[in-house]
Design a protein around this ligand. Structure first.
Ligand SMILES: [Zn+2]
Length: 472
């Protein structure tokens, strides 16, 4: 069996003015992609010949520049032979947002089908936050996705798509996934799979998948909320080997279950207005992580807002770590100075004109490259000791979402009373290390309040902007 494999991933946010460019992707063409994905051994053990294409993965951001996306998409599809191939395995995000195109994932699959036709099975692994278009289910033979949020089943998901692909090839079937939607937008941070009401919905999907004969996959997707497109939001994709009616019925039942549970989604960590979050952290006896959730780089926001630095200054809080803020000119100024120098810098608003700015004065205590979200190099960073607060400034957008990223710039976060991160919920590795976490409802490209997003193109009616639009 000859299997082509490929992966392009970037979670898109259409509300931020920043763009994602080719250089932002951790890019591994050809066999270099083997170490980035988890299915190579599986396919080899099953006697498959692997045809590599490309792997490209970027930190969530704004729209991918069209030309750069087309370069990646064409490179992936060009590497796949039109004939003499038995199947295609893809690992996509599902919420890639491309300038002038919209869903990059849908565009990529169309490009692939234009080349290989519809007689070769294509199975796709996606992120739980995929925003599936109406067309996408007709372009793949199975769509599966992460079943954990925060995500910790990347390997299982990739392997599941690989397993379903081999089933399609061996049984000579071309399943047609069926999709249903719930018009309910719950921002990612209130949607965690281990907790209710989502826990029961995930269990129901799992039960349907396990107990129904000839079903390949029952998948729940929450969608990525910060995308102003009609296809934004939760979708339920069911793949049966041959019974599309049953698959549709299951997908619709899950969508209805999600709609019925809409009032039960709550922020599952402490969630407060910014000044309250800081006040609570100051009076806490333990260390507190505060998420600057409106400027969450892992949800695609710019990561350049000095809003929380200003609120921290006003509060008089001491022993605070700001981890971190993206500001290329300020980072350059630090690189032009020597360790131990005292610098006064204007920071903030270098990427998004709506972001607040501020001035800080501090001693330069560290310069060096910082590890990226994907494990690659995110470029230069500088750390300034400003007496009551220590500030990490990065040249590029970064996400300090795991302890090894702090370690990469010799930073011990355990020494600080308050750690401010540009995240939503804490990633599992950081959550383990954090004694207490508070999500602050800060403004920005990843605000948690749907009414503040000023959406113009999403489907309506849509909860929570509208309610009680289905009789149940
Ligand atoms: Zn996700």
């Amino acid at each position: 069996m000859k299997i082509a494999i490929g992966s392009i991933q970037c979670e898109g946010n259409s509300l931020t003015p920043i763009y994602t460019k080719f250089e932002d992707f951790d890019y591994a063409p050809g066999e270099a992609m083997y170490e980035k994905i988890k299915v190579v051994d599986f396919f080899r053990e099953n006697g498959c010949e692997i045809i590599p294409t490309i792997y490209a993965h970027a930190l969530p951001g704004g729209a991918v520049i069209k030309e750069d996306f087309l370069r990646l998409a064409n490179e992936l599809v060009d590497a796949i032979p039109a004939n003499d191939i038995d199947g295609v395995w893809l690992y996509l995000h599902g919420a890639m947002y491309v300038e002038e195109i919209g869903s990059g994932d849908t565009y990529l699959l169309k490009l692939l089908r234009d080349k290989i036709g519809y007689d070769i099975p294509v199975c796709v692994a996606m992120d739980f936050h995929a925003n599936n278009t109406d067309e996408i289910a007709g372009l793949a033979n199975c769509i599966t996705g992460f079943r954990t949020a925060p995500h910790c089943d990347h390997t299982e998901t990739q392997l599941r798509a690989a397993k379903h692909l081999l089933t399609c090839i061996k049984e000579n079937i071309l399943p047609k996934p069926q999709m249903a939607r719930a018009n309910v937008v719950i921002c990612g941070d209130a949607v965690q799979t281990a907790l209710e009401p989502l826990k029961s919905i995930m269990e129901e999907a799992e039960r349907l998948e396990e107990e129904t004969e000839d079903i390949l996959c029952v998948q729940v997707f929450n969608g990525q909320s910060w995308v102003d497109e009609p296809y934004m939001g939760p979708s339920f994709v069911v793949t049966h080997k041959n019974d599309t009616e049953l698959a549709k019925k299951y997908a619709e039942a899950l969508a209805l279950k999600f709609y019925k549970a809409r009032h039960d989604f709550k922020f599952l960590i402490e969630a407060l207005e910014p000044t309250e979050a800081i006040k609570t952290a100051i009076s806490a006896t333990e260390q507190v992580f505060i998420s600057d959730s409106g400027d969450n780089t892992t949800a695609g926001a710019a990561g350049d807002n000095a809003y929380m630095i200003n609120r921290i200054k006003e509060s008089g809080a001491k022993n605070v770590l700001i981890a971190g803020i993206a500001d290329s000119p300020a980072c350059d100024a630090c690189y032009a100075a020597n360790i131990g120098d005292t610098l006064t810098l204007n920071i903030g608003g270098s990427l998004d004109k709506n972001s607040e700015t501020t001035q800080i004065t501090g001693k330069l205590i560290h310069k060096g490259d910082i590890l990226s979200y994907t494990g690659a190099n995110a470029g230069p960073s500088a750390t300034l000791d400003c007496v009551d607060m220590t500030v990490v400034i990065t040249k590029n957008r970064a996400a300090m979402c795991r302890p090894d990223i702090f370690e990469s710039i010799s930073l011990d976060f355990s020494k600080y009373k308050i750690v401010v991160v540009k995240l939503g919920y804490l990633f599992p590795e950081l959550a383990k290390a954090a004694k207490r976490a508070i999500l602050a409802f800060t403004p920005g490209g990843s605000t948690e309040h749907l009414k503040d997003m000023n959406m113009k193109n999403i489907r309506r009616p849509m909860f929570p902007l509208d309610d009680n639009f289905i009789n149940v």
